[in-house]
Write a protein that binds this ligand. Structure first.
Ligand SMILES: Cc1cc2nc3c(=O)[nH]c(=O)nc-3n(C[C@H](O)[C@H](O)[C@H](O)COP(=O)(O)OP(=O)(O)OC[C@H]3O[C@@H](n4cnc5c(N)ncnc54)[C@H](O)[C@@H]3O)c2cc1C
Length: 345
């Protein structure tokens, strides 16, 4: 995404292909996989994560299930799924969705999508929204199975025989999975930083160790507005945190306050999730409207008469306005219904 020339222009000594293996926070240096160490005045850890390995992977056939993170992963999955008759997608989050939708869209293999939760994104969406997504998936030809998990996988001839906890059995040519990420925390542990998934920071993205900052997927940062720690897993947040951390490393003192958002296609429709919804909005007052066709859905979540989150399924009209309202943390003047009424139809 950037050329070596660009890094040089910005006076960045970019060293691709190296892993930071340990951090010495007392002497302030980072050891790298080439055996060298580099001194720092300020250090940013933005090491993200890697797809969780599947517990069902067959040792002698590592290609039996494919995780999805890099462009190379995408190319491999496309090549394998185009040749397959049946593909099983595992995981009820956004990555599982992107796999199910992407493979079904190619119109080659028959796709079964298996998820552990009772519906897609069950930490975020309510049952009604989950049912709309299921309906959209089935319309796209995807066989949707919820509340179930893989029990065993065995190779039989050229196919994989999969059995699930609730007794489903399938024969598939490929398993593609999005079952969460494990964070790259090894170097941070050596500095004494990690005791939980991710690296805890204050709202300024400073860790408890002087001059070490964390940003992106790995940062478990203090959200001053919501008065709790949170971790986001989106590109926009990672980019925004990188900028704030850089500014603070250069002497600034800005809090990170961006509202988390995620917008993606949803089997020919669209889903937008803004701010705190579902589990993150426990105790919130909510209002929901579903369009006459049963496919369009809007839900708003309020805390103390302030909009804290929203979900839109269907054209994301009014998304920007809702985002501004969440950001402003302004108290509502009228009834919560008036917010819904003010959005474009
Ligand atoms: C398949 C997929 C689809 C996604 N789609 C979307 C989307 O549509 N919209 C969205 O907002 N987000 C999406 N995301 C999430 C988004 O990619 C992440 O939130 C974002 O990339 C996080 O940025 P980051 O810089 O924190 O970590 P990463 O992008 O993971 O970057 C971390 C980097 O650090 C390197 N690294 C790790 N450990 C070390 C070490 N010890 N030494 C040196 N380098 C190290 C890694 O190799 C990697 O290059 C998607 C993620 C995946 C996997």
């Amino acid at each position: 995404m950037r050329s070596m020339k660009t890094y040089a222009e910005y006076d960045i000594d970019f060293r691709p292909g190296l892993t930071a293996t340990a951090i010495d926070a007392r002497e302030r240096f980072v050891q790298t996989s080439d055996g060298h160490s580099t001194r720092y005045d300020k250090l940013l850890i933005a090491t993200g994560g890697r797809p969780k390995r599947s517990p069902w992977e067959i040792e002698e056939l590592p290609e039996s299930s494919m995780a999805f993170q890099t462009v190379d992963d995408a190319r491999r999955i496309i090549a394998r799924s185009d040749e397959a008759r049946n593909v099983l997608v595992v995981g009820g989050g956004f990555i599982g969705y992107e796999l199910a939708e992407g493979i079904a869209f190619r119109n080659k293999a028959k796709v079964t999508w298996l998820m552990r939760g009772p519906w897609f994104l069950s930490n975020i969406l309510d049952q009604q929204a989950g049912a709309i997504c299921k309906d959209l998936g089935e319309q796209a030809g995807v066989n949707m199975i919820d509340s179930d998990q893989i029990r065993s996988v065995e190779k039989v001839g050229e196919v994989f025989r999969v059995s699930t906890m609730t007794g489903h059995r399938f024969e598939v040519d490929l398993i593609a999975q999005g079952i969460g990420i494990d964070y790259h925390i090894e170097a941070a542990i050596s500095a004494g930083l990690v005791g939980e998934p991710g690296i805890r920071t204050n709202s300024r993205l400073r860790t408890k160790i002087p001059d070490i900052f964390a940003a992106g997927d790995i940062a478990l940062f203090e959200d001053e507005g919501a008065r709790r720690y949170r971790q986001t897993g989106t590109w926009d947040s990672a980019m925004a945190q990188g900028k704030i951390a850089a500014d603070n490393m250069a002497g600034g003192n800005q809090p990170f306050q961006e509202v988390a958002t995620y917008t993606t296609t949803m089997f020919g429709s669209t889903i937008a999730v803004l701010g705190d919804v579902g589990r993150d909005a426990a105790g919130a007052e909510t209002i929901t409207v579903v369009g006459e066709d049963g496919r369009q859905y809007r839900k708003l979540c309020f805390h103390d008469r302030r909009l804290v989150g929203a979900v839109i399924i269907g054209p994301p009209k009014g998304r920007k306005k809702l985002l501004e309202m969440i950001r402003s943390r302004e108290e509502l003047e009228g009834k919560p219904e008036s917010v819904l009424a003010s959005l474009p139809a």
